[in-house]
Design a protein around this ligand. Structure first.
Ligand code: FES
Length: 231
């Protein structure tokens, strides 16, 4: 999430992608973190060389801005999720902005654990605590494709099934944070576009890895709009 207020953040993010292409993302990431804000181009290249990457190839990757579009896509996705700054945390769809003490995270996670399934960090409870809220118009929605929407601080992936039913779930795949709104429907399950894990949209449970689940929310259509019952 390179913020425009940090002039060198974007080149650094693109450099990290160049390192990732050589299988050294996390090592490079850690080096950037330790060296911030020393992100001038010659430094970015020197860090890569220190990690054993080829100087010329890395410099070319940087100069060509080979991963500029990928970084821009990340920024757009973050904005669509309502992320405007760092740090921002999304815990089972609940957005937490800013630096918080560990107790805050513990409380939120314990609430989820108390309210939901055993053996997973689950989604929020489905009981009615708020009325249904409108999240999008029905018009133009393509069957099987996801739409990313944000409502009341919750990032949602909304899908229309072949039978006209709508499904809503958390937007982030719990496997490795894949974008579920870019996934697709298979029956009553959403398939994550990154590694293909699928999640039952009735229960939220992952069909591939039992320990994983996503929050799912009741939906209804009223006067041409999709409404979701958020926790
Ligand atoms: S991130 Fe979704 S399956 Fe890996």
């Amino acid at each position: 999430m390179p913020l425009s207020s940090h002039r060198q953040a974007r080149p650094a993010a693109e450099a990290a992608r160049c390192a990732a292409a050589e299988g050294r993302y996390w090592a490079y990431h850690d080096r950037l973190f330790a060296e911030q804000p020393r992100f001038a181009e010659d430094r970015l290249i020197a860090y890569a060389v220190d990690l054993g990457l080829d100087r010329d190839a890395f410099a070319r990757c940087l100069a060509e801005r080979r991963f500029a579009r990928d970084v821009e896509a990340d920024v757009r996705q973050a904005r669509a999720l309502g992320v405007r700054g760092t740090p921002t945390f999304i815990i089972n769809g609940r957005v937490l902005v800013g630096a918080h003490p560990v107790e805050t995270f513990r409380t939120i996670i314990e609430e989820f654990l108390r309210d939901q399934h055993v053996g997973a960090i689950p989604g929020p409870p489905l009981e009615d605590t708020l009325p249904f809220v409108k999240v999008m118009e029905v018009d133009g929605v393509v069957v099987g494709q996801g739409t990313l929407v944000e409502s009341q601080g919750v990032a949602l992936a909304v899908f229309k099934g072949g039978d006209g039913r709508f499904f809503a779930c958390g937007a982030i795949c719990p496997h490795e944070d894949g974008p579920l709104a870019e996934g697709w429907l298979e029956g009553d399950a959403v398939v994550c576009p990154w590694h293909g894990f699928d999640f039952d949209l009735q229960t939220g449970r992952c069909r591939v890895a039992e320990a994983l689940s996503i929050p799912v929310y009741p939906t209804r259509v009223t006067e041409g709009a999709v409404e979701v019952d958020l926790p």
